[in-house]
Design a protein around this ligand. Structure first.
Ligand SMILES: Nc1nc2c(ncn2[C@@H]2O[C@H](COP(=O)(O)OP(=O)(O)O)[C@@H](O)[C@H]2O)c(=O)[nH]1
Ligand SMILES: [Mg+2]
Length: 324
């Protein structure tokens, strides 16, 4: 089984922690979860990511953190594998975050809009530094949630037509969660739901995960020398792949149903049955392959779902437990 590359865009203001998150996620996914690993398709890119991660681990002081992105948009292509067999490609787009700011140029906005329109999964990056207390009208301005909502409506809703049957996956990643760890987690989740109300309305076609991540508990006290121990960094990727498999599984089942219907139709009529004998044979072979593929998809989903039990996931506005 090898699925097409999923394009993933991460939206978040400059300084919200997107690049640091990417480095942590990549480092954690080298070891992997449940036998799933991630590797950069271009080995040099992989080495560069690891080098930047090691800098974060070994340096003390401000220099440990990634330098602000130079280019407007940086692309990474990864292979997501199980037992080192690639099941899915992931294209990751990291950018400076300017397109969310008031200083954005037409070009920034245009590029981002294009990426979003082609994306199969969206990550929203919200920094915990703005969630240390109950949200105020000011929070919307700080994290640019209105601008994010606008992009979701214009580039995703209008292009992908998410529906109850085919929901669009969005991971809301609360980066630097160490900074709001003192708050009740449910209260933080409620605040997020208020900021992105449309994503939690009934029957609206959104599959939303709210996921706190951090590069280390000690960082809230001491970002420059605190220990780096990533928490939850793998979950958004697991969610992205899980939701892709979910969609693929639904497509396979539809295909199976259609073939079954066709065979039944032919079988009802003796003449047709004779005439289409060859075709029915072929259909039965096809069914075998599809059944095998469905079990592979479901086995993988089962393994990934285990990891997702610890985070809040909402489907069409209701909290759900993910399974197969
Ligand atoms: N407390 C804390 N600070 C972080 C964490 N991750 C990143 N930071 C801080 O946030 C700054 C901006 O991060 P960066 O990844 O460059 O943000 P980007 O502009 O969205 O790519 C870093 O320089 C760090 O000072 C974290 O997990 N916890
Ligand atoms: Mg960056």
């Amino acid at each position: 089984m090898k699925l097409e590359d999923i394009k993933t865009t991460i939206l978040g203001t400059t300084g919200s922690g997107k690049t640091s998150y990417l480095l942590g996620m990549y480092a954690v996914m080298q070891t992997g979860v449940q036998g799933f690993t991630l590797s950069a398709r271009d080995m040099d890119v992989g080495l560069d990511l690891i080098e930047r991660w090691e800098q974060l681990l070994s340096l003390k002081g401000e220099d440990r953190w990634p330098a602000p992105n130079a280019g407007t948009i940086e692309h990474y292509t990864f292979d997501f594998s199980y037992g080192f067999r690639a099941i899915e490609g992931l294209e990751w787009v990291d950018y400076r975050g300017l397109a969310l700011s008031d200083r954005s140029s037409q070009q920034d906005v245009h590029d981002l809009a294009n990426y979003l329109s082609e994306s199969k999964c969206l990550f929203l990056c919200i920094s915990g530094e703005y969630l240390t207390d109950k949200i105020t009208p000011n929070t919307v301005r700080e994290i640019k949630s209105d601008r994010m909502n606008q992009f979701i409506q214009q580039c995703i809703s209008n292009n992908h037509n998410p529906s109850k049957e085919q929901p669009f996956p969005i991971a809301i990643i609360i980066t630097k969660y160490d900074l709001c760890h003192h708050r009740d987690k449910q209260a933080v989740i409620e605040d997020i739901r208020k900021l992105f109300q449309a994503l939690f309305t009934p029957d609206s076609g959104w599959l939303v995960m709210i996921c706190p991540v951090s590069l280390g508990k000690e960082l809230c006290e001491d970002p420059d020398t605190g220990n780096i121990v990533p928490v939850n960094n793998h979950l958004p990727i697991v969610f992205a792949v899980y939701s892709q498999l979910r969609t693929y599984g639904i497509e396979l089942k539809e295909k199976r149903d259609n073939i079954n219907k066709h065979i039944n139709n032919c079988n009802q009529n003796t003449l047709l049955k004779m005439l289409k004998n060859q075709e029915i044979k072929q259909n039965n072979e096809e069914l075998k392959t599809i059944d095998q593929e469905i079990s592979t998809v479901e086995e993988n989903m089962q393994l990934l779902a285990k990891e997702l039990q610890q985070v809040s996931i909402f489907l069409n506005g209701s909290e759900v437990t993910v399974g197969v």
